[in-house]
Ligand binder design. Structure first.
Ligand code: GLY
Length: 404
């Protein structure tokens, strides 16, 4: 009798163990397989390199997006030129495969002359995503010199009456001194240059720019305008409008993502709580969109007129996910919420609805981004910056989860 009950007990333990192992297995198999996604992106980036090699013509040397079946190639002066080299650096980080480092160097160095480009704020994007990543990886002193020269070019666009750097020079009939929310992304280069050179001018410009933007770019509900146009003489706001959104008062999805990312970086680099506060406020906006689709990939504008029949913007989602991963490391109260929200986005972007099949769509990684709806340009297509921030988000997710 005693023996029998012992046997039953042992059997029960074995059964329980088997059930536990099985349920663990199930949990593991249900889990997102980040390495499988990275392997796919690596194969697709190999395809992209071949596409770029065969489509390089004259000054058109870097991939930006697609139009029908055709890859759209751009010159080094295009605002998106730094993203492809940046992706190559990112792939080197993700895989450790030396070939990506060599390719990253090759494509980064195509941008060298842009260090002297004083005609746009976008040099921050262009050079910090390429040379900036290259410098962090290699410590190449030549890259440092180029980045410092770029910071000087960007700083030349600062107006101390307005206390902002100017975004665009184009459309002088439309704008006097336009500053766009996207410009927050260029402050990282200035903050870096200050640390490297000990020259506080760069940092002061970045802080002033960020503070003026907090003052003038945000609405009461913490969503942001796209463009604020200033008077350079008085520093006063002339108008608050949109260029790429649906309407002046609408919520252009990528603009919110740029703001979220920009203020997260500002906090990382300064530890000033007002920037963390701003990033948190933007996160609340982005995470509580009224009409957010079930899959967490926003419409290109959250007030677009024909929702749910409007194109999405996967780029806004990828930028948001990458920013939220970082913000989760700074936030004390919303750590889990931000990490889980970023995970949800990345898992969706990794499904077949968004992640392009290896060998298709000219080597781009993600489908369904929207570049400039009002100009009828790049609607619901793959765009290079979506891919860049997607890879950055994957890298941040791996780092956060301690995955080797
Ligand atoms: N910075 C331009 C854009 O987001 O389309």
């Amino acid at each position: 009798m005693i023996k029998h009950s012992k046997l039953t007990k042992n059997l029960a333990v074995v059964l329980l163990l088997a059930l536990t192992v099985n349920s663990c297995k199930k949990q593991v198999s249900d889990q997102f397989d980040i390495d499988a996604v990275i392997s796919k992106t690596e194969l697709q980036l190999e395809h992209a390199c071949k596409v770029v090699e065969t489509n390089t013509k004259g000054k058109k040397i870097l991939p930006r997006s697609i139009d029908g079946d055709r890859v759209i190639m751009v010159s080094s002066s295009d605002w998106t030129s730094g993203f492809f080299p940046g992706e190559l650096w990112m792939m080197y980080d993700l895989t450790g495969h030396e070939k990506w480092k060599n390719k990253a160097i090759q494509y980064t160095e195509l941008l060298e002359k842009e260090q002297y480009n004083t005609g746009t704020h976008d040099v921050g994007f262009m050079m910090y995503c390429s040379y900036g990543h290259g410098y962090r990886t290699t410590g190449n002193p030549e890259y440092k010199k180029i980045l410092i020269q770029t910071a000087k070019s960007l700083a030349s666009r600062y107006n101390d009456t307005i206390k902002c750097t100017r975004s665009w020079d184009h459309n002088p009939k439309l704008y006097t001194y336009p500053v766009i929310i996207d410009n927050m992304m260029n402050m990282e280069l200035l903050l870096w240059a200050s640390k490297e050179t000990g020259d506080n001018t760069f940092k002061d410009i970045a802080l002033n720019h960020a503070n003026t933007t907090i003052k003038n770019h945000f609405r009461k509900d913490n969503s942001s305008y796209h463009v604020v146009d200033y008077s350079p003489e008085t520093g006063e706001v002339i108008k608050k409008v949109t260029n790429q959104g649906f309407a002046d008062e609408s919520i252009w999805a990528r603009g919110q993502a740029w703001g979220l990312y920009g203020y997260t970086v500002m906090y990382r680099e300064t530890h000033d709580p007002k920037y963390l506060d701003q990033a948190n406020k933007i996160a609340q906006v982005v995470l509580s969109y009224d009409k957010m689709p079930e899959d967490n990939i926003p419409y290109w504008d959250m007030h677009a007129p024909n929702i749910p029949n409007e194109p999405r913007d996967a780029s806004a989602a990828a930028i948001t996910a990458s920013a939220l991963y970082e913000l989760s490391t700074h936030s004390k109260t919303n750590k889990k919420t931000y990490k889980e929200a970023a995970d949800k986005i990345i898992e969706t972007l990794s499904t077949k609805n968004y992640l392009v099949k290896v060998g298709e769509k000219q080597g781009f990684l993600l489908d369904h981004s929207t570049g400039n709806w009002p100009r009828n340009s790049e609607l619901d297509v793959p765009i290079v910056y979506a891919d860049y921030y997607f890879l950055e988000a994957l890298k941040r997710k791996k780092e956060l989860e301690g995955i080797k």
